[in-house]
Write a protein that binds this ligand. Structure first.
Ligand code: ARG
Length: 466
């Protein structure tokens, strides 16, 4: 077996590892994407070694140059992992030794373990990805805010239990999809506080004997502090699990919107038209225009949830401290990141370019007796107890159903027959416009409240851009 695979640990073994073990153990084909973070870790670590007296100034300089050169080679692709490399750490030690020689290159490994290294690298990687994902979320929030502003004043059916409930403004509905994404960004911000701690110096599990300064390493790596317990630092992956949870929730939030988009684009609903550039056709049915982006969003949500639950299952039951099972944290969370980075731009493009069938939305807004609550609340304002108001309104709806009438079409005499409280003045609240205008309570669908939401989101977007 190659010496590459056992170069970090082979000396106590008589023979090399079997091919089968090497194939199972190998992670370099996926952890190679952490290479630049591994090199950053080494650059910080040699400073700590120097400060503690394990490297001379000339050695620090030579190693700094060698690592910088290695980073250059990795970035331009002239140094890559070999089949025989077990993981990113081993591959990069090989690369460093190629440049600095084994005497000097061999000094870097003192006082650290792959266990504290990998725990640090995954945090650094996710912190960078976090920024990208937040950016993509902000773009979608901005698109939703623009759409809400452009379609101000358009009424549509609001639903509960997927049945017509009360009319709402289209803008209000669109913004209801923006706020969960705002919270996802807040969740990422909050996650960052826990992620931004450096496990470097925890060693394999118990800490190092060399007196290296972990704060120096953390500062060099741009992390805000150091972890408090070396066993926890190397054994825990809750930071990865929490990140995976947030990516799952982003997927779920997109999926819920996607489901509506799919329904809205159907002939029966006919609420929206998707732009050709963000729709697909059928290979057999020439007339088809399919909402594939929305369907893929719905599908990818399942995949993101799978990545989270897989990791949770891996973590469950692991004794302290490091176990090789932990290597299984990476591929799923990498996949979650990659999934969102390909999904969000397509989703945002689809939303930005969809157009609304405003006439149809307005036409359907009062359907299904969606103004019945307005009748009940009007009765309450006439001092009728709500319990009675609910019952009177129920009778009115039932009368309308039997006689195929809309609420506002019921003749005065029939109103009076249902209840003497139902005077003709009740018709003053039986318009979609009036119903929406009256819902001025906090977070309500009345135009001034919706405008407040838009300005709140605009401020948030501006703050984020600054
Ligand atoms: N590839 C390993 C991981 O992802 C790195 C740490 C290996 N540590 C060890 N003791 N074999 O977890």
């Amino acid at each position: 077996m190659s010496n590459g695979a056992n170069s970090l640990w082979g000396s106590r073994f008589e023979g090399g590892p079997s091919e089968a073990l090497a194939a199972l153990s190998r992670s370099v084909h996926f952890d190679w994407r952490l290479a630049k973070y591994d090199i950053a870790g080494s650059l910080a670590h040699i400073k700590a070694l120097y400060q503690a007296g394990y490297l001379a100034t000339s050695e620090l300089d030579a190693l700094t140059r060698a690592l910088t050169e290695l980073l250059r080679r990795v970035t331009e692709g002239s140094f890559t992992a070999k089949e025989s490399d077990e993981d990113v750490h081993g591959a990069l030690e090989r690369g460093l030794i190629e440049i600095a020689g084994s005497e000097l290159g061999g000094k870097v490994r003192a006082g650290r373990s792959r266990n504290d290294q990998i725990a640090t690298l995954i945090r650094m990687f996710l912190l960078d990805q976090c920024r990208d994902i937040e950016q993509l979320l902000l773009q979608l929030i901005e698109v939703l805010t623009n759409l809400a502003e452009e379609n101000m004043g358009v009424a549509m059916p609001g639903r509960t239990h997927f049945q017509h409930a009360q009319p709402v403004l289209l803008s209000h509905h669109l913004l209801a999809h923006a706020w969960p994404l705002v919270r996802d960004i807040e969740r990422l911000d909050d996650w960052r506080k826990r992620a931004s701690l450096s496990p470097y110096g925890a060693g394999a599990l118990a800490g190092s004997t060399l007196g290296l300064d972990p704060v120096l390493v953390a500062t060099e790596l741009g992390l805000s502090g150091v972890t408090q317990n070396s066993m926890d630092a190397t054994a825990s992956r809750d930071v990865v699990a929490e990140f995976s949870f947030i990516t799952s929730l982003i997927g779920i939030n997109l999926s819920r919107f996607a489901e509506e988009i799919i329904i809205w684009a159907s002939a029966e609903f006919d609420y929206i038209k998707l732009d050709d550039a963000f729709s697909t056709g059928s290979s057999i049915m020439p007339q088809k225009k399919n909402p594939d982006i929305a369907e893929l969003a719905r599908g990818k949500a399942g995949r993101l949830i799978g990545n989270l639950t897989g990791l949770l299952a891996t973590l469950k039951g692991l004794p302290l401290s490091y176990n090789r099972d932990l290597q299984e944290d990476k591929e799923p969370v990498f996949d979650s990141v990659d999934t969102l980075k390909v999904l969000l731009p397509a989703f945002t493009g689809m939303v930005a370019t969809m157009t609304f069938n405003k006439n149809r939305l307005e036409l359907l807004a009062p359907a299904g007796f969606s103004l019945a609550t307005d009748v009940a609340e009007w009765l309450v304002k006439q001092k009728v107890p709500f319990r009675d108001a609910h019952e009177i309104t129920g009778k009115l709806v039932s009368f309308c159903e039997k006689n195929n009438l809309q609420l506002h079409q019921v003749p005065d005499a029939d109103l009076a027959a249902i209840s003497n409280k139902l005077t003709p003045e009740v018709r003053s609240v039986l318009t979609v416009d009036g119903s929406i205008r009256a819902r001025t309570g906090a977070g309500g669908t009345a135009l001034p409240r919706v405008i407040e939401q838009i300005s709140g989101l605009r401020k948030l977007l501006a703050r984020r851009e600054a």
